[in-house]
Structures are given as structure tokens and as C-alpha cells.
Design a protein around this ligand. Structure first.
Ligand SMILES: Cc1ncc(C[n+]2csc(CCOP(=O)(O)OP(=O)(O)O)c2C)c(N)n1
Ligand code: SF4
Length: 288
């Protein structure tokens, strides 16, 4: 029997035919289905880029903001309504480049959100310039003599800062990626799921080139072992390691103190304070 997909909408997809981003879309929808989430319980947040278009293609709440600014918006949404499942879908340019500072501070704050980074190692929307993960030496439209700056290893940075969950998937394997996304969304705290997402238009290599190089985490890898996780990510070919790489120790969640005092209801249900209470508060700041 055909069960209607509640996340399906009629928006025309603007990605190139065959773009591996379709695999990420399929995986995310599957994860929501497996978690029995309904569209009104989910909020997708993105910045600008090919990856950042993903929220357009799902029927649910979403906020598509400015390039690099997905994370502060996501933190605001999560603070206003912690009952929502907040998921950021972002490119590595969006999240590690222009928005890199926001990721660093989100790692400190540990909000209960999931960040899915479509890593195609270039700025695809703007036609293939080098990004914060482009390998050194690769020639790009702006880097005509080859990229000079070393690539950022943000999954390793996330491990160093005790992110709740760090994993890497492959856009060409949506089933495996779906499993990672389910675990990431279930895990309380900041989950970073990087996805190897070859760009078949501006990238230099076919999807098969990446597939041949994938290095699943060894069967005996303990994700609670921080040093082992760093060895995997920082070792040779660390950029191709896939699977659950790290599970951080339990840490206080962003907004915990406020919610302990005010309850976990969405802000709009908490009601407005009495006018006298607000005036009394303002009085404290008045100078005579
Ligand atoms: C503030 C600002 N800076 C730069 C841009 C131009 N811009 C749009 S998308 C993008 C990069 C996209 O790369 P990435 O985030 O990796 O996503 P992809 O398109 O590769 O999926 C850039 C530099 C912009 N729109 N706004
Ligand atoms: S330019 Fe690259 S990332 Fe963008 S839709 Fe086309 S294949 Fe996908």
C-alpha cells in the first residue's frame, strides 16, 4: 500500500539532475519517517548555497536566511521552542567559512540541534571557487595557481570541543546516511553530521572516485574514545572516514537554566509578564 509522504511538497527542485544532494534529501526524509516525526514538529534552517536550498524541498517549518548565519537563527528557534526538532542543512562554505565563528560558539553552547554539512569541497552555488575544505593545490576559478591555505578539519574541531555526536556520511549512500541522521537527531546536544557530497558540475572527480576512497570507521572503534576519534580524523585520508566517529561526554545543554526556571513550553505559550514587573525591572537601570 502506498503511504502518502507528509514531508513531500510540490516545489520544483533546482539542483542539477543527478546531484548527490538528492541523496541527502532522501536520507533526511527517511530519518524523519523513522523517528515518526510530523512536519509541524520539525524546523529546518539554512543559509545560502546549493545545500541551503534543501529546506525548500520538504513540507515542514523552515527558515532560509543569510549566507553563513544558519546557526544563530537555529539557536534562536531552538531557544524559542525547544520542542521542535531543529536541523541545520548547510554547505561547508556556509558553515565552516562565513559561518565558522558561529559553529565554534555553538560547540561551546551545546544546543540540542543537528547540523548537516554538505561538504562538496567547493562553493558550488557561485560556480566552484575554493572553499574551506578544498585540498591544497587544487586549481579553482579564483585560485588559478592552486589553493594555498590548508583545509579546515571541522569534525576534528568538534571532537576537541566535546560535541555530543560527530559522524560522517556519503551522499551516494542514503541508507547509511539515514541511520546516522536518526542517531544524530536522537542524541541530546550538538550533533555534527558531515556528508561527503561530490559536486558533479563544478567538482573535479566523479562520485565513484569518492566511493572508492571511503574508509568506514573500524568495527572496534569506540566513539567515546576522543583520541581514537582524532586519530581517525587527522590521519592519512581522514577526510574519507565515514560512520559514527565520536560521542561526547554528557554536557549541560544550551538554555538549560532558563528552561529549568521557565519550563519547556514554547515562548509564545509562556505569556507576557505583567506591566508592573517590566516597569520595576526598567527602574533598576534608570539613573537619577
Ligand atoms: C554574505 C554573503 N557572502 C557571500 C555570498 C555569496 N555566496 C553565496 S553561496 C556561497 C558559497 C556556497 O558554498 P557552500 O556553502 O559550500 O554551499 P554549496 O553551494 O557548495 O552547496 C557564497 C560565497 C552571499 N550570498 N552572501
Ligand atoms: S552545481 Fe553541484 S552541488 Fe550544485 S546542484 Fe549542481 S551538482 Fe549539485
Amino acid at each position: 500500500m502506498n503511504v502518502p509522504d507528509p514531508f513531500k511538497n510540490d516545489v520544483e527542485v533546482q539542483w542539477c539532475p543527478g546531484c548527490p544532494n538528492f541523496g541527502i534529501l532522501t536520507a533526511l526524509k527517511g530519518a524523519f519517517r523513522d523517528l515518526r516525526l510530523e512536519p509541524h514538529q520539525v524546523c529546518l534552517v539554512s543559509g545560502i548555497g546549493q545545500a541551503a536550498k534543501l529546506p525548500h524541498y520538504l513540507q515542514c517549518n523552515f527558515f532560509n536566511g543569510l549566507h553563513g548565519r544558519a546557526l544563530p537563527v537555529a539557536l534562536g528557534i531552538h531557544a524559542a521552542n525547544p520542542a521542535l526538532t531543529t536541523v541545520v542543512t548547510t554547505g561547508e562554505g556556509d558553515c565552516y567559512g562565513e559561518g565558522g565563528n558561529h559553529l565554534l560558539h555553538a560547540l561551546r553552547r551545546n544546543p540540542d540541534i543537528t547540523v548537516v554539512v554538505h561538504n562538496n569541497e567547493i562553493y558550488a552555488l557561485t560556480k566552484g571557487q575554493g572553499s574551506p575544505t578544498t585540498p591544497v593545490g587544487e586549481v579553482r576559478s579564483l585560485q588559478v595557481h592552486g589553493v594555498e591555505a590548508a583545509p579546515l578539519n571541522m569534525p576534528a574541531v568538534a571532537v576537541l570541543h566535546d560535541a555530543a555526536f560527530v559522524a560522517r556520511g556519503f551522499a551516494g549512500d542514503p541508507d547509511h546516511l539515514k541511520g546516522l541522521l536518526v542517531e544524530a537527531i536522537r542524541c541530546p546536544g550538538l550533533s555534527l553530521v558531515e556528508v561527503i557530497q561530490p559536486c558533479i558540475t563544478w567538482g573535479r572527480r566523479p562520485v565513484s572516485w569518492y566511493k572508492e576512497r571511503l574508509r568506514p570507521v573500524p568495527a572496534d572503534h569506540d566513539p567515546a574514545d576522543r583520541e581514537a576519534a582524532l586519530r581517525l580524523l587527522c590521519g592519512e585520508d581522514g577526510r574519507f572516514v565515514t560512520g559514527v566517529i565520536f560521542r561526547g561526554p554528557e554536557r549541560p545543554l544550551f538554555g538549560r537554566r532558563f528552561r529549568e526556571a521557565m519550563g519547556s513550553e514554547p515562548l509564545f505559550r509562556l505569556g507576557f509578564p505583567e506591566k508592573e514587573a517590566v516597569l520595576g525591572l526598567l527602574d533598576k537601570f534608570r539613573t537619577t
